[in-house]
Write a protein that binds this ligand. Structure first.
Ligand code: ADP
Length: 311
């Protein structure tokens, strides 16, 4: 069983408006509301792969209820900390071939909320073999919150933790003595982390991953969008290439990649198969309109087209 963490989930609303007018009334007929947040995408894709997953995090109010209902519809087991504040809405307005987003920051958590979540997390750890932590932290929890979750997972419970976040909370995780089992940065996140423009070449990526903060992490999957991935596993480097495909919606591909990585690691697949699985779920996500959604019946076809080369 994999535990997928989303600390700041949302109800994602998309409005299709043909001719969007500022400072005027816009009526919407095509509305879609889904349970959003990176960890929920991870949970959905793991479920679609037929693996077992439990979703956790923090939510509240009627929007929190909606998120639980949506997860239940997808037959995803969940155990969230319920707070007395409303979860957030994230709105995407699709107009004139463009996408304008309005993102609420969500509730501000108290230290007591943080402690209550960690108590739940500790309990859940006894039933799972792997943890994924995805996305940003809600306001109120310090940037060291994920670092603490990694330490509790790995040092106390002995459960490997995959972290997919960015900015200061990623830096805090990577500069701690207890390293996560796996991370999946993209080039932009690596650049932000190191304060330099990271190049996509293999030699530059090898050099970048030699930095002190990356030592002791078993799996580093640098995802490269349509160019596949560059990977460090233990002391070895791999270049993973993927076929050209028709992309419908790339949003959530990184989350689908994390889901594939987690499911493959849980099944103790070989290094090559683990990387092929992670790339395939990422690709399958880009082929669907839904975010954090794959058509698993296409898995074998695309899995066979992924190439892993040891450098
Ligand atoms: P993130 O969403 O975190 O930025 P990426 O964009 O690197 O992550 O995508 C993760 C994975 O999804 C890639 O490694 C690849 O397998 C797949 N993917 C993403 N974009 C494309 C694309 N344009 N064509 C094919 N596969 C893609």
């Amino acid at each position: 069983m994999i535990l997928a963490v989303t600390m700041n989930p949302s109800v994602d609303i998309s409005y299709h408006i043909q001719d969007f007018k500022l400072d005027d009334v816009n009526r919407v007929e095509q509305v879609r509301k889904t349970a959003g947040g990176k960890g929920l995408n991870v949970a959905r894709v793991i479920k679609q792969m037929g693996a077992s997953v439990i979703a956790t995090g923090v939510l509240g109010g009627t929007l929190g209820d909606f998120i639980i209902k949506e997860l239940t519809k997808s037959q995803i087991e969940s155990n969230f900390l319920n707070i007395h504040q409303e979860s957030r809405n994230c709105i995407a307005i699709l107009h004139d071939g463009k996408q304008t987003e309005i993102l609420e920051s969500g509730p501000t958590l108290s230290l007591a909320d943080g402690e209550a979540f960690l108590a739940k997390y500790r309990e859940l750890l006894s039933d799972v073999t792997l943890v994924t932590i995805s996305g940003s932290l809600p306001k109120g929890l310090g940037a060291k919150f994920y670092r603490e979750m990694v330490e509790i997972g790995q040092e106390i419970a002995g459960v490997p933790v995959i972290v997919d976040t960015s900015g200061e909370s990623l830096r805090q995780v990577l500069t701690h003595k207890v390293k996560p089992f796996a991370i999946k940065p993209n080039i932009q996140e690596l650049s932000q982390l190191l304060g330099i423009e990271v190049e996509q070449s293999m030699s530059s990526l090898k050099q970048v991953l030699a930095a002190e903060m990356f030592q002791g992490i078993e799996w580093i999957v640098v995802s490269l969008g349509g160019d596949g991935a560059f990977v460090r596993k233990g002391g070895n480097f791999y270049r993973v290439t993927i076929p050209k495909i028709d992309v419908v919606n790339p949003v959530g591909s990184g989350d689908a990649t994390v889901a594939g990585l987690a499911a493959a690691l849980e099944q103790k697949q070989s290094v090559e198969d683990t990387l092929k699985t992670a790339m395939t779920t990422g690709m399958l996500n880009t082929m669907e309109a839904g975010t954090g959604y794959i058509d698993y019946s296409k898995f074998q076809t695309f899995f066979q087209l992924v190439q892993v080369e040891k450098l």
